[in-house]
Design a protein around this ligand. Structure first.
Ligand SMILES: Nc1nc2c(ncn2[C@@H]2O[C@H](COP(=O)(O)OP(=O)(O)OP(=O)(O)O)[C@@H](O)[C@H]2O)c(=O)[nH]1
Length: 406
């Protein structure tokens, strides 16, 4: 919150580690891929009512302001919903608390150098949020005309909770992801969940984002522990305390995963990469913490490149999908006793050197079969049939542990 003002130089390009097109946290830091910045789509504000989304900054086509330049300040709650074709959900509290002053003022959002605001006819960012239940006061995109969308989305859902200490930039990242904009001030006490239909790897998903507002570290975590399918744990690279706070969140998540034996993907995010010159937490430290807890690591900036922020959220969805694939129930294999089974399903004959050629593995055959331990429990063990045989270099048996030899 109290970061130095905006006369800074541009930081290095955003870097991240992950798998797929990027690197996992535990991979060599030498494979750092910083320095590249994808172009974010241009966001243009319509000219309307004089309120031009003051306090809203953008870079690389998404920053609406220039460092140190006077940004027109909005009135409280004057987020230009209508200009985007959205309306705040009726009766819901305003999520954003914008500055009071209506006078132009230097942008407090430590906005970054970037092209000046382009004004053009309204072209609302592609975003579809909707209110779902009492928490879903998603002022960021409830469609104006509810008849445009079916009431029940058939889309698969992915719930992402954003955790971290106060001021780390959770709300800024959420808003950036949802609106492609950087808005510098938020009400720190409100916790909200937003949803957005996304296309991740050509597959649609209803991505729900919970912007949490823990007062002082992880407290009453059940609300997100039980809800989320992935977590983004955010710290600010210019604030060591926020980094240390992340560790507590990661510990809570690790404990929870152990307790319920359900591992949700976790991404550790170093935010405010544009504040490079005030950096207090090295990338290597972030990477090392991430690898300690087995999570992915990215560094981003809510006020710079939208595509990097979007990438992180999409990466969370990918991880959830991977996890779901990993957790798919494995169809049990059965092994016949003594007689070979008729080929009911596609037989998977073991290689003859395993000396189990007389047994045929099938999926679900009818007669007297013993269940093999599941893949997760199974372990390959090598058994020598007898000492004498072993002396004669008899072939060894490689079996699944826990399975009886008949
Ligand atoms: N320079 C810079 N400032 C940022 C960035 N992200 C957030 N901020 C600023 O950091 C301050 C805190 O951001 P928030 O998004 O409110 O942080 P938060 O984690 O939601 O904090 P709480 O709402 O208190 O939990 C705000 O003044 C933001 O403008 C960023 O990437 N770069």
């Amino acid at each position: 919150m109290s970061s130095p003002a905006s006369d800074r130089t541009e930081g290095p390009g955003l870097g991240c580690w992950g798998h797929g097109e990027e690197l996992r946290a535990h991979e060599s830091p030498g494979t750092w891929r910083g320095g590249h910045q994808a172009e974010a789509p241009q966001v243009s504000l319509p000219e309307a009512g004089g309120a031009r989304g003051a306090g809203v900054c953008s870079a690389g086509g998404t920053v609406l302001g220039v460092a140190g330049a006077a940004c027109p300040a909005p009135r409280r709650g004057s987020f230009p919903y209508k200009e985007f074709g959205w309306s705040p959900s009726s009766g819901s509290r305003a999520r954003l608390r914008l500055p009071h002053s209506s006078q132009p003022r230097p942008c407090r959002g430590r906005c970054c150098p970037g092209p000046a605001l382009t004004e053009s006819p309204a072209s609302p960012p592609a975003l579809a949020c909707k209110v779902e239940g009492p928490r879903m006061s998603s002022m960021f995109g409830k469609p104006r005309n509810s008849s445009e969308r079916p009431p029940q989305s058939p889309l698969p859902e992915c719930n992402v909770a954003i955790l971290g200490c106060r001021g780390a930039g959770k709300s800024a990242l959420t808003v950036k992801f949802l609106t492609k904009r950087f808005i510098s001030e938020y009400d720190p006490n409100l916790e909200d969940t937003y949803s957005s239909e996304e296309l991740v790897d050509q597959q649609p998903v209803l991505l729900k984002v919970m912007d949490t507002a823990d007062q002082d570290g992880p407290r009453n975590c059940e609300r997100y522990l039980c809800w989320a399918s992935a977590f983004l744990v955010v710290y600010s690279i210019d604030n060591r305390r926020s980094f240390e706070g992340c560790q507590r969140y990661l510990e809570v998540l690790a404990l929870h995963a152990r307790g319920c034996q359900r591992r949700c993907p976790v991404l550790l995010l170093g935010n405010k990469l544009d504040m490079e010159q005030y950096r207090q937490v090295l990338s290597a430290e972030g990477m090392s913490l991430a690898s300690r807890f087995g999570c992915l690591f990215h560094e981003v900036s809510a006020c710079q490149d939208f595509s990097r922020v979007q990438h992180v959220f999409h990466e969370a969805v990918r991880e959830v999908r991977r996890q779901a694939e990993w957790n798919l129930p494995v169809q049990p294999l059965f092994i016949s006793e003594e007689r070979p089974c008729p080929p009911v399903a596609t037989p998977v004959a073991l290689p003859t050197h395993h000396s189990l050629a007389t047994c045929t593995f099938n999926t679900l055959s009818p007669v007297s079969y013993k269940e093999i331990p599941s893949v997760a429990q199974a372990k390959l063990v090598t058994v020598k049939s007898s000492r004498a045989q072993s002396k004669r270099k008899a072939p060894t048996l490689t079996l699944l542990k826990g399975f009886k030899i008949f």
